[in-house]
Design a protein around this ligand. Structure first.
Ligand code: PEP
Length: 253
C-alpha cells in the first residue's frame, strides 16, 4: 500500500546552527512515524551529511537532496551526483521543483534523465509537477500536468514507476499563501492517478504516493491530506517552523 508522506523542503534557507536546531527539535517532538508513513527532510546540500547521520536512529525518517545533476560523475563543477548522495546515506531527491524548472530552465526531457539516474542508484525521486496560473485560467491544467508526466516518467518500467513519489504543486500556490482547495487538489490527484492507471494499470497506480504542495500549513493539512488521492504534502515555508511541521506530520492519514 502506498505511503503517506510529509516532506519538508527547506530550500535555500537556514545556517547550519539553525538547521540543526530545527531538525533536532522536530525529531525530539515525540514523533511516531508509523510503517505506512514517511517523513522526509529536503535540506540544503551542505547539511546533507549531518542530517543523514542524525536520522539513522529514527524509523521512517529520511533525508532528501533538493536537486541532483543528470550525470554520475565528471567535469561538472559545482554539481552534486546521485553517487555522492548514496555514499553519504541520502536516499531521496526532489526532482523538477518548479523553482528549478523556472530559474534553471530544467525541461521535462532533462528531468527524465535525473529520474532515471535516481532509480539506478536506489534513490527515491520526488518528482514535482504542476501548472502556472495562466494555464489554470484557461482550464488546461490536466493536459499540462499529463504532458509533464508523459515526458519525464512514462518511459519507466512498471517496477521503476512504483519507486517514484509524485508531488503535485500548482505554481500559483507555492510560497504565495494561496492554497488550492482540497477539492482542486483531489481533482488533480485523481487525474494523475487515472493517467498512471491508464499507462501501468490500476494496482500500480494505487501504489504510488501523490503529494500536494502549495502553502500547506498546520491549519489546512488535515483537510487536504484527508482527500482520498492525496497522500501527504511537500511543504516549503511551514516546514521551517518546528511546531507547524510537527502538526503537519500529525495530520498524515
Ligand atoms: C515547495 O517549496 O515545494 C512549497 C510547496 O512551498 P510552500 O509550502 O512554501 O508553498
Amino acid at each position: 500500500m502506498r505511503k503517506q508522506i510529509a516532506a519538508a523542503n527547506w530550500k535555500m534557507n537556514l545556517t547550519i546552527n539553525e538547521a540543526e536546531t530545527l531538525l533536532y527539535t522536530i525529531l525530539d517532538a515525540n514523533l511516531e512515524v508509523s510503517e505506512n508513513q514517511k517523513v522526509v527532510f529536503a535540506v540544503p546540500a551542505p547539511y546533507l551529511t549531518l542530517a543523514a547521520k542524525k536520522v539513522t536512529d529514527h524509523s521512517n525518517v529520511f533525508i532528501a537532496a533538493q536537486n541532483i545533476y543528470s550525470k554520475k560523475s565528471g567535469a561538472f563543477t559545482g554539481e552534486v551526483s546521485v553517487t555522492m548522495l548514496k555514499s553519504i546515506g541520502v536516499d531521496h531527491a526532489v526532482i523538477g521543483h518548479s523553482e528549478r524548472r523556472e530559474y534553471f530552465n530544467e525541461s521535462n526531457e532533462f528531468l527524465r534523465e535525473k529520474v532515471k539516474l535516481c532509480l539506478e542508484e536506489n534513490i527515491v525521486p520526488i518528482f514535482c509537477c504542476g501548472e502556472a496560473l495562466p494555464v489554470r485560467e484557461v482550464n488546461q491544467q490536466n493536459q499540462f500536468v499529463q504532458t509533464q508526466l508523459e515526458e519525464s516518467l512514462f518511459d519507466l518500467s512498471a517496477d521503476e514507476i512504483q519507486q517514484v513519489v509524485i508531488a503535485y504543486e500548482p505554481i500559483w500556490a507555492i510560497g504565495t499563501g494561496k492554497t488550492a482547495t482540497s477539492e482542486q487538489a483531489q481533482e488533480m490527484h485523481a487525474h494523475i492517478r487515472s493517467q498512471l492507471a491508464a499507462k501501468y494499470g490500476e494496482a500500480i497506480a494505487n501504489n504510488i504516493s501523490i503529494l500536494y504542495g502549495g502553502s500547506v500549513k498546520a491549519s489546512n493539512a488535515k483537510e487536504i491530506f484527508g482527500k482520498p488521492d492525496v497522500d501527504g504534502g511537500l511543504v516549503g515555508g511551514a516546514s521551517l517552523v518546528a511546531d507547524e511541521f510537527v502538526a503537519i506530520i500529525k495530520a498524515l492519514k
